[in-house]
Design a protein. Sequence first.
Length: 293
Amino acid sequence: MELPKFNETFLPILEVLKNGSIIKGRDLLRIVEEKYYSDLPDELLSQTTKSGDRLIENRIAWGKSYLKKGGLVHYPQRGFVQITEKGKSASKESVNLENIQSDVINFYEPEYTRNSSGDALRLDASPQDLIDSGFEQIEREVKDELLGKLKEVDPYAFERIILVLLKKMGYGDFIETSKSNDGGIDGIINEDQLGLEKIYIQAKRYNANKVRETDIRNFIGAMSGDTQKGIFVTTSTFDEKAKTKARDAHHKIILLDGSKLVDLMHKFNVGVQTKNVYEVKALDNDFFDSEEV
C-alpha cells in the first residue's frame, strides 16, 4: 500500500467537482483526501515532502494544477476551483496520463525520462516527487562517502568524532579517556550540562567485522558503578548476539551502527557542509487575496 501518485488524483478531483460547484482550493484537498484516502494508514498520510508539506495534500494539489493545465478545471476566482465543460465530458478512460499528456503534461513525452545519473524516473512522479527524489539520491551518496571516510580515519580520531557529534546533539562536556589504558571506555560525556548523569562511550572503527557479544560484554564490564548508561558506536554492524546482550543488560546500552551514525552526522552537520541552497518558490495566494491587490 502506498500513497496515490499525483496523476491518480485526477479522477477523484473531477468526481468531487462534477456537480459544477465552486470549491475553495484548500477545501478541495481536504474533501478529496477524506472521501478517497482516509482509509490509508496514518504512517502514509503523515508522510511529508522535503520541505515539510503533507505529501498527500501536495500530490492532490499537483493533480489539480495539471488538470487546470489540461483545461479540465479552472479557477473562476481567487483561491477557488471549478470543473470545466471539458472536464465534465471527459470519460474515465480518457483521464489518464497517456491520453491527456499532450494537454496536461506536454513536456513529458516518453514513458520514462532520465536524470543526470541515467536513472529512470517515472512520468507519474510530480515535480515535487522529482525534487525530493533528487535530494534523497544526493543524501544517500553523501552518507555513503561519509561512512567510507570514517572507516579510513585513525581510530583515535574516530573516537573524537563521536564525542564531537554527541556534543553537537546537545549533551554536556566530554572527557576523552587515556588511550593507553581506557579499559574499553573511549570517552565519558555528561547527559546534562551540570554533569549529574554520565554516559560512557565505546567507539569501534571496523571496516567489515561485526561487533560481537563479547565486545558488548567487555564494554558493560568496563563501566564503573557511577553510571548505568552507555553508547556503543561502530562503522560496521552488530551481530544478533551483540544486540541481544545489549538489550538484556541491566545497563541502558544504545547501539549505533554505521548507517545510524552517518544519519546523525548528516543531521547535525558533523563532517559535512552545505554546498548549495536552492529556492523553490510557490504562488502566494494570500497576496492575491489581500485587500492591497
